[in-house]
Design a protein around this ligand. Structure first.
Ligand code: ADP
Length: 261
């Protein structure tokens, strides 16, 4: 713990005595530390694509007539790709900042939990097929209506499912299951992919945390998806965590209360 010590005179001006005041500033220091780390991460994440854009653009500018068309194409492709990457990062940062500042509170409305799962499942089916994965989904028709922000929660489901697709080598198996307990609904996404080492498991919901930066970057990841997802779920009084998993791969579990309040 970090303590700050002040010596203060007695309030009534009584001579000969001081008051020793101890402030526990651990939380403030931790907060400051997290903020500094976050700013450093943002700067680093943006600097890499910016440096790439600049160097390719400069090469094109300095050698307008000496670059063969196929190389020109590849350079321009890199510039567009890196610009898209920065746009994703900035969009994710804006989402986080709106969530942090309470500017974007969820709009609670009743919706069918099963329909939401079904639409996220369908939205990912093509990409799963392209990667040769077997993607299965449970029978969602019996799931109840819940109170929540459907768009936001679909974004959470989308993140979990697209991670399963991304972090599973081609030809893998991904299963979406769901169910209810007394007052809650749950959804689990299990894959037989690369898995998350035990040492990293406690960190993957942190901002910018990625087990393998290169792999995440290659697949367009920003390292912010799960931290945004957890913020959204917390605002629904729900829970997002890794669940016990048999064999290679990962299981992520989303739990939400059926009614708010
Ligand atoms: P990213 O944009 O990098 O995918 P996320 O916040 O969504 O960021 O996830 C954080 C990190 O957690 C990922 O970079 C990856 O290392 C790890 N991860 C998330 N889901 C899975 C999964 N299903 N299998 C393996 N690793 C995963």
């Amino acid at each position: 713990r970090i303590l700050e010590l002040y010596l203060a005179p007695f309030a009534d001006g009584q001579e000969g005595g001081v008051l020793i005041v101890l402030h526990d500033v651990t939380e403030r220091h931790r907060h400051e530390e997290r903020r500094r780390e976050f700013v450093a991460n943002v700067s680093h994440e943006l600097r890499t694509p910016l440096t790439n854009v600049r160097s390719y653009a400069e090469t094109l500018k300095d050698n307008p007539n000496d670059i063969p068309p196929d190389m020109m194409d590849s350079f321009l492709g890199i510039i567009v790709g890196e610009t898209d990457r920065m746009t994703h990062i900035v969009q994710d940062l804006l989402t986080l900042s709106r969530l942090d500042s309470g500017q974007s509170e969820p709009k609670f409305e009743p919706f069918s939990f099963g329909d939401a799962i079904d639409s996220v499942y369908k939205a990912n089916a093509l990409e799963a097929k392209r990667r040769g994965h077997t993607l299965t989904c449970c029978n969602v028709s019996k799931l109840p209506t819940i109170d929540g922000d459907r768009n936001r929660l679909e974004q959470v489901m989308m993140n979990i499912l697209s991670n399963a697709i991304k972090y599973t080598p081609d030809g893998g198996s991904i299963a979406v299951t769901a169910g209810t307990t007394k007052n809650h609904v749950w959804m689990e996404v299990s894959d037989n992919g690369i898995g998350i080492p035990v040492a990293d498991q406690g960190h993957i919901f942190e901002r910018f945390y990625r087990v393998d930066k290169a792999r995440s970057r290659e697949s367009g990841g920003t390292g912010l998806g799960l931290s945004i997802a957890r913020e959204i779920v917390t605002r629904h009084q729900g829970n997002l965590r890794l669940a016990p998993h048999q064999g290679p791969g990962t299981t992520v579990r989303l739990t939400l209360p059926i009614t708010q309040g």
